[in-house]
Design a protein around this ligand. Sequence first.
Ligand SMILES: Cc1cc2nc3c(=O)[nH]c(=O)nc-3n(C[C@H](O)[C@H](O)[C@H](O)COP(=O)(O)OP(=O)(O)OC[C@H]3O[C@@H](n4cnc5c(N)ncnc54)[C@H](O)[C@@H]3O)c2cc1C
Length: 158
Amino acid sequence: MTFRMTPGQQEIRDQILRICAQFDDDYWLDRDRNGGFPHDLHRAMADGGWLGIAMPEAVGGVDLGITEATIMMQAIAESGAGASGASAIHMNIFGLNPVVKFGTDEQRARMLSPLIAGDEKACFAVTEPATGLDTTKLKTMAVRQGDRYVVHGQKVWI
Ligand SMILES: Cc1cc2nc3c(=O)[nH]c(=O)nc-3n(C[C@H](O)[C@H](O)[C@H](O)COP(=O)(O)OP(=O)(O)OC[C@H]3O[C@@H](n4cnc5c(N)ncnc54)[C@H](O)[C@@H]3O)c2cc1C
């Protein structure tokens, strides 16, 4: 099956590739060798308003779709950033989609606005040392105690 981008989607791709051109192979080699998070790429994407690509306008997003977000992620990876660059951005967008879809207005404002502005970064803590792809075997539990949750367990790859 052939996927044909609309002119608007092509424009998204072109704009992302222009931002990514600021981060050359030497930049990514340095991230690989020294292990640092690519804060400059994350900041450039936030400043361009791209972290809100699939989030509602009411919280500062541009309300396009997951297809447009995927085109953006593919362009980041293709630019030479690879998984290092894509991973630095993708969790802020895809990880919060349940909040976009099912969150209350209060949750959307509290959780999405600082991510879109680039002031906060999302983390995803599913994988455990003895539980990889089979998430039905996850052991970590959050148990409510009064006005807080107490969490017992181990997570990796966060
Ligand atoms: C760079 C990187 C970043 C990551 N970041 C995060 C993160 O931020 N948060 C997070 O929670 N996780 C993260 N992960 C974990 C990732 O999402 C996967 O959950 C994890 O790598 C898979 O678990 P595992 O490596 O233990 O593989 P396993 O689940 O042990 O699988 C090992 C192999 O067995 C195969 N296999 C597994 N089950 C079956 C089955 N039932 N039948 C047949 N074959 C099977 C798999 O396909 C695979 O080839 C990250 C992983 C990487 C590599």
